[in-house]
Design a protein around this ligand. Sequence first.
Ligand SMILES: C=C(O[C@@H]1C=C(C(=O)O)C=C[C@H]1O)C(=O)O
Length: 298
Amino acid sequence: MSITTPAFQVGAVTYLNSKPLIEDLPELFPNSTLKLDYPSRLADALAAHQLDVALIPSIEYFRLAPKTPCRIVSDACVATHGPVHSVKLYSRVPWNKVRTLALDEGSRTSATLARILLHERLGLKPELTSFPLGSSIEETAADAVLMIGDRAMSAPRETFFDAWDLGEEWHRDTNLPFVFAMWVATGRLVESSHIKPDRIHQPTDPDASEPFHLDHLAALLAEARDRGVARCEAVAAREAQHMRLTTEEIVRYFTENLFFTMGPDEKRGLQLYYQLATRLNLAPSGVQCEFCDPVHSR
Ligand SMILES: C=C(O[C@@H]1C=C(C(=O)O)C=C[C@H]1O)C(=O)O
């Protein structure tokens, strides 16, 4: 595909789970800067207009939408249909005795999901603390600790009373997939979308040799995902060199735990999650979810 892209600031999650979505992104967005960071930081940077488009925690779309024009710009996402393997809630006490909860500083979506599950299942509203990015789970004192991303993929040294895989627990309760992250654009990319929601023209960008539409962005992000998924064994072999996981384990994670396309069931799961979050006042109500139509790049 040859589309001239303007110079975007693109942000993507630094974890293993996002690698299949960003394969070839530098090639597909040659003029853009790709910044890899923790999900919570990407959400803050997008809200602060330091990024034009970013893979952000799904809950953050609902928090951002009432404050600033933003749009879901791709059907590429990070989702699961059961155990996700990299989002764990550990408890030192029986679940009904959880009074304090330490939330992974990198997380927003799973942090909200942990609170929803504890409330929906057990009526709990634990006191919250942070589980900082640079520290180990043994340094936390809370009754329960949420850990996400690469550091959640190996078992901690401490023996816990119990552990939940949040993708699995969500699926057990709802029979629906769960969407952890999705591509959202804001600022100059979508401001004109108030006038024409699905045909965004970027006439102001001096670098663009042709008008740039959100459809182009959707097509490029879908192409990056399709290329990454098609090459997931090579991606796994490369990533295994600097992780304490084998290529086979990473391939299984990419192909059995994770799903990278937002289909009808993922949308239903996301809408239910949003509803439950609003019931607990963890997201503003009334946000309409306008999804991006599927784009087939090949
Ligand atoms: C599946 C995961 O999804 C991530 C979890 C997120 C969150 O909890 O806010 C955000 C982005 C995702 O990449 C994971 O961290 O392992």
